[in-house]
Design a protein around this ligand. Sequence first.
Ligand SMILES: [Zn+2]
Ligand SMILES: [Zn+2]
Length: 342
Amino acid sequence: LKTILLTEPYRMSLQELPEPQLNAEYNVLVKVHATGICGSDIYAYRGEHRKRKPPVVLGHEIAGEVVAVASGVSEIKVGDRVAIEPQLVCGTCDECKTRHYNLCLNKKLLGAPDWTGGFGEYVAVPEKICFKLAANLAMDHAALAEPLAVGVHAVRSLGAITPDMKILIVGGGPIGLLTALAAHASGIENIAVADIKTFNIEAALGLGLSFGVQVTDSPLPQTLTATTGWKNVDAVFVAAGGKAGIGGALACAKARGKVVILAHYEGLVPVDLMDTQARELDIFGSKMYTSSDFQQAVDMLNNARIPCDDLITHRVGMVELPDKMQWLNGNPEGVIKAVLQL
Ligand SMILES: [Zn+2]
Ligand SMILES: [Zn+2]
């Protein structure tokens, strides 16, 4: 099993590991064809991820082909092309029992030290986290199922969607753009994406989203209105972790509007809670997804509702991955999604 192993922070190399063995729980062997490189893989590369600590084979945005199944596997067959929901939850905690298993505290993550990820040739996974792909869906596109499921979960957290709804996505990276596309595929037409980087604004417009809001030194609500003509929005999705921008993001929400936090933060974030009280803002978090979100994401991809080619800006081979990780860690302009192809 050829892998790219993160041996210590900032150090990755091609290494041969023993092939993963199937058993009663990990009962499907998948030959990896494409693995998306996630922001969390970059944190892990720096040694900053809480769970993905070296030595580790990273990679959790995986699409591939089933090459073996253990006895007892019924739905999935050898030859199936699948995307993988990369979490395994305990099933017994309160969160699991109330079907919010995305919040399970005992979960195992694919691409962590105890579960070899998709920066390698094969992964062993349980059948129940394999989702079948349409025959004409490309593997690199299918690798977007995982980050798209994050967006689907966030959009579903709004509850009922109305056609006149206006939303703002703060952060035009992969999660922000895929959340915007999930919203669009769910029936929301008025979507603005705000970012500092011009490249990401142009990417949003290229995806057919209504507006790209170039973040400047001016207060965000002013820029939003100047760009869109909207006074405010029904919901704001915060998909970028800049602490300074949070006040502006909240101020763009209408009274009784929703603010969905997708971003990761380190340390405290200054928020004017008086504004939250005075305008009855509804601020809440959105974390990962459950299988119904993942299925919706795969359905959107299978039905060609997501313009994947415009999101994948870089395709990387296995041998060049260590260098590319170093490059990506520098947060270069012009990258939306990089995908490892095997
Ligand atoms: Zn990810
Ligand atoms: Zn649990």
